[in-house]
Design a protein around this ligand. Sequence first.
Ligand SMILES: [Mn+2]
Length: 293
Amino acid sequence: MSLQFLNLSPEESELSKARFVVVPVPFDSATSYKSGARDGPQQILLASPQLEFYDEETGTEPWKYGIHTINPVEPVLSFELMAQKIKQVVSTVLKEKKIPVLIGGDHSVSIGAIEAIAERYDKKINIIQFDAHTDLRDEYQGSAYSHACVIRRVWGLGNVIQVGIRSVPKEDIEFLASHDRPPIWARDVNEDRASALQRLISMLKPWPCYVTIDLDCFDPSIMPGVGTPEPGGLLWWDMLAFLKTIVRHSSVCGFDVVELCPLPGYHACEFTSARLIYKFLSYMTAKDEGYEI
Ligand SMILES: [Mn+2]
């Protein structure tokens, strides 16, 4: 039996009854300074039983809907093969009509997941990315599948909406301008969150959403355990407001939380990550139950 999110018992986490399937992907690039994200999934899973299983905001208990955690997707050395492997696993989850929840690993793990979702929905998906970075490079450190190229690889697979951006190469700004897709900058959220949320709503297409959350979208004051922390990021309540807005205005067909590099002796980051995942599940559950969110 693999490590289960919330440490649910075999009965509580039975795959056949589960609505959500957690997919741990302990993968990062061994050559990059960012290595460390491979330990993210295990640390988040280990922290998760400490959560309060009742969500006080929505009044829901998402664990009762069934959350099954599969065995971690074993890393292979090549980015391309890894993407294929992840795509296969996520396709299987979708075929069983369950919602995949990936825990990375570095951001490259999103590529295979988004490919699987795009195939399932014939590219009629919104791809909402929370990130400090645009990740639009065509190639990085000799690979087209690196964490810095994630969104470039999936650009044509859906309607990309970027939130929390605050560190971006000039070429990426030009790329976005030429596609008429200015991001929702972190500074926009800081200046006027309500209008940033409105902008997100206006950018959504009437399609399901896949949400990819690079934890460096958060301000380092609440999320220092990432490979590339950037000042001026989103705070906890900003993120929850965005997730609620997404759930209210769309249907979420899957999401991932990536780039946690656990800090030895400091456990807040893995706990915050586990809480973020459970909060998102709470909103989705609340909507299904017809509660106000
Ligand atoms: Mn990033």
